[in-house]
Design a protein around this ligand. Structure first.
Ligand SMILES: Nc1nc2c(ncn2[C@@H]2O[C@H](COP(=O)(O)OP(=O)(O)OP(=O)(O)O)[C@@H](O)[C@H]2O)c(=O)[nH]1
Ligand SMILES: [Mg+2]
Length: 357
C-alpha cells in the first residue's frame, strides 16, 4: 500500500485570441472578426470509494489537463480544454508543496463524489473584435492565452475506517477481523503475517461499519523494529480502537502497556476516540482459567473489556453489538455537531455600494 506520493498537476493553457479581418465577398470593410481562445481545462480530484490506495500514482508523475484551442476567423471561439478528472481513494489529504518543501493543506477527500479543483486552467485570450473602438476600427491586437496553474502536490493517504484493531503480532487480529466481518485476511501461526492494513465491513442495521486491522506492533516499533510504526497513521480517522491482547501471552500487561506506549510515541490524539480491550484465545484452558487474573493484570479501568475466542466465535455477539451501539452514538454526536455548527453559521452581508452621482 502506498501512503504518500508527490505529483505535479498542470491546468491546461488557454488558447490564443486571433487578430483577423472579415474578407467576405460583397461585404466591404467587414472589420475585425478574430475569435477568443478557449479556456484551458482544470485538473480535478474526485473522491472514489472504489480506489484502494495511491499505488496507481508514480512519484513525480505529471497530470496535465487539455489546452484550450485558439480562436478562429469569423469570431469562432476556440474549444475549451477538457478537465482532467482523477479518481482518488477516500482518505486522501492533498497538500501543495513549494520548492522549499513547505506544505499547505488544500483539501481532504473523505466523501464519495467529492470534487476538488487542484489546478485551474488558464483563461483564453481575447480576439481582436474586443479591441475595436470608434477610433480604431481595425485593431491588430489580440491576447495570448494564459498558462494554467502548475503545482507540486504531496498526497497523503490514511484509510477511512470506523474501527481499528491494534495488537501484537500473532494476537489474532486477522482471525478477529474475519470473525466480525466478511473479510478473509491470511491467518498463520507466525508473526507478521499481515504486512499491509486489511479491511472488512460489518453490515450494521442502519449503517455499515468499516473495520481495519493494521500490522502487528512490537516494543520499539517507533525505532523501526518489526514493521515499524508507519501504519499507525491509518488509525487517525477511526472512531473506535480495539486493543487486542493474546490471553495466552506470558506478559499480557506488558503487551497492553507496549501498545499504549507506541501509540503515544507516534503522537496520535486518542482523546477523541473510544477504545475497548479485547482478550483473545479464551478457548485455551490456560486463558479460560485466568480470566479474573487477566482482568486484574491489565487493569484498564477506563475501558470496557471483552473476553473472546476469535477462532471459535465465542464472545463475538456482545463485542459486535457493543461496537455497533458505540458507532451509532458516534453518528448521533456527529449529526448533532453538524446541526449546532449549522446554527452557528455566520452570515457576512456584502457591504452596500454607495452610488456615485
Ligand atoms: N486457540 C486460538 N488460537 C487463535 C485464536 N485466534 C487466533 N488464533 C491463532 O493465532 C495465530 C495468529 O492468528 P492471526 O489471526 O494470524 O494473528 P495476527 O494478530 O493477525 O498476526 P499477524 O498478522 O502476524 O500480526 C494463528 O495460528 C491463529 O490460528 C483463538 O481465538 N484461539
Ligand atoms: Mg494478521
Amino acid at each position: 500500500m502506498i501512503d504518500d506520493v508527490k505529483i505535479i498537476v498542470c491546468g491546461g493553457h488557454g488558447g490564443d485570441g486571433l487578430a483577423s479581418f472579415s474578407r467576405r465577398k460583397f461585404i466591404p470593410l467587414g472589420g475585425p472578426d478574430g475569435g477568443d481562445g478557449g479556456d484551458g481545462g482544470d485538473v480535478v480530484f474526485f473522491g472514489d470509494s472504489n480506489i484502494d490506495d495511491l499505488s496507481s500514482f508514480k512519484s513525480g508523475r505529471v497530470l496535465a489537463a487539455r489546452d484550450g484551442d485558439n480562436g478562429g476567423k469569423w469570431q469562432k471561439h476556440g474549444k475549451s480544454g477538457d478537465a482532467l478528472v482523477v479518481r482518488m481513494p477516500l482518505g486522501t489529504t492533498i497538500f501543495s508543496e513549494n520548492e522549499w518543501g513547505d506544505k499547505q493543506l488544500l483539501a481532504d477527500l473523505i466523501t464519495q463524489g467529492q470534487e476538488v479543483v487542484v489546478a485551474r486552467g488558464g483563461r483564453g485570450g481575447f480576439g481582436n473584435i474586443h479591441f475595436a473602438t470608434a477610433v480604431d476600427r481595425a485593431p491588430v491586437k489580440a491576447l495570448e492565452g494564459i498558462a494554467g496553474e502548475e503545482k507540486q502536490l504531496f498526497l497523503e493517504f490514511k484509510l477511512m475506517s470506523d474501527i481499528c484493531i491494534v495488537g501484537a503480532p500473532n494476537s489474532g487480529k486477522s482471525t478477529l477481523l474475519s470473525a466480525i466481518t466478511h473479510a478473509t485476511p491470511e491467518v498463520r501461526d507466525y508473526a507478521f503475517t499481515t504486512r499491509q492494513p486489511a479491511k472488512g465491513v460489518i453490515f450494521g442495521r442502519k449503517k455499515d461499519v468499516t473495520v481495519v486491522e493494521i500490522p502487528g506492533l512490537i516494543k520499539d516499533a517507533h525505532k523501526g523494529k518489526g514493521l515499524g510504526n508507519k501504519f499507525l497513521c491509518h488509525i487517525e480517522r477511526a472512531f473506535i480502537l480495539i486493543y487486542l491482547l493474546d490471553g495466552s501471552s506470558p506478559d499480557i500487561r506488558g503487551d497492553y502497556q507496549m501498545l499504549k506506549e507506541e501509540m503515544s510515541l507516534y503522537g496520535l490524539d486518542l482523546s477523541r476516540k473510544s477504545a475497548v480491550v479485547v482478550v483473545n484465545k479464551t478457548d485455551l484452558s490456560e486463558v479460560a482459567e485466568c480470566i479474573s487474573e487477566i482482568e486484574r493484570k491489565v487493569n484498564c479501568l477506563e475501558m470496557p473489556m471483552f473476553f473472546v475466542s476469535a477462532a471459535c466465535g465465542d464472545g463475538m455477539e456482545p463485542l459486535v453489538s457493543s461496537l455497533l451501539v458505540e458507532m451509532e452514538a458516534r453518528e448521533q454526536q456527529v449529526i448533532k455537531a453538524g446541526a449546532s455548527s449549522a446554527q452557528k453559521a455566520i452570515f457576512y452581508p456584502s457591504p452596500k455600494r454607495k452610488r456615485v452621482k
